[in-house]
Design a protein around this ligand. Structure first.
Ligand SMILES: CC(C)(COP(=O)(O)OP(=O)(O)OC[C@H]1O[C@@H](n2cnc3c(N)ncnc32)[C@H](O)[C@@H]1OP(=O)(O)O)[C@@H](O)C(=O)NCCC(=O)NCCSC(=O)Cc1ccccc1
Length: 154
């Protein structure tokens, strides 16, 4: 799994709070392909990512890691569909058009969460993804995401 480079480490000039290697104060999540249409991310929250109760992860942080894991998966898939390695040739860039998160159970702040994204549908302008976030084997959040292809200069 970790022998392949993280998708985020191949995307050039990414300053995103959730997934940009170029954002020193960001979460810097890393995503990896696990199959043709599936990808995985493991995120270790820090104490300051808590909700009101210190033992659980903040909902916005959960939404952010889901957002970034799925959008980076859509970007990597865009390169795959174009027959290119991520980061080569003209830049392929997607933005979040829709992020629909269901919070099903609280996620512990002191345990890593795993995110599994699946590409459900793709067309020229958009990619639909489903994501499941689990903590200690328990499903804590599910999400459906619309990633929309945007121009290089976006
Ligand atoms: C780009 C877009 C989302 C859509 O542009 P438009 O010109 O309006 O697009 P157009 O009308 O040509 O539709 C094309 C296709 O897409 C569909 N569709 C469109 N919208 C929606 C929707 N809302 N919901 C559902 N579907 C929608 C539409 O039906 C059509 O489908 P079709 O092909 O007919 O089947 C624009 O509204 C925007 O910029 N929003 C702000 C985005 C933003 O700020 N996001 C947060 C920051 S990014 C981030 O944080 C992640 C990140 C991390 C790391 C690195 C990079 C990113």
């Amino acid at each position: 799994m970790t022998e392949q480079p993280a998708i985020q480490d191949l995307i050039p000039a990414n300053h995103c709070f959730g997934c940009g290697p170029d954002n020193d104060l960001g979460l810097q999540i890393k995503s990896y392909w696990t199959g043709q249409d599936k990808s995985l991310c493991t995120f270790a929250p820090q104490p300051h990512h808590s909700a009101g109760p210190v033992q659980y992860i903040n909902g916005g942080i959960i939404a952010t890691v889901i957002d970034c894991h799925t959008i980076c998966t859509a970007i990597a898939d865009g390169y795959r569909q174009a027959g290119r390695e991520v980061g080569t040739g003209d830049k392929i860039w997607y933005a979040t058009g829709r992020l629909d998160v269901s919070y099903r159970a609280p996620a512990a702040i002191d345990k890593p969460v795993t995110l599994e994204a699946t590409i459900v549908e793709r067309s020229e302008r958009k990619t639909l993804l489903h994501c499941e976030l689990s903590s200690e084997g328990r499903l804590c959040a599910t999400a459906d995401v619309v990633a929309v292809r945007v121009p290089d200069g976006w």
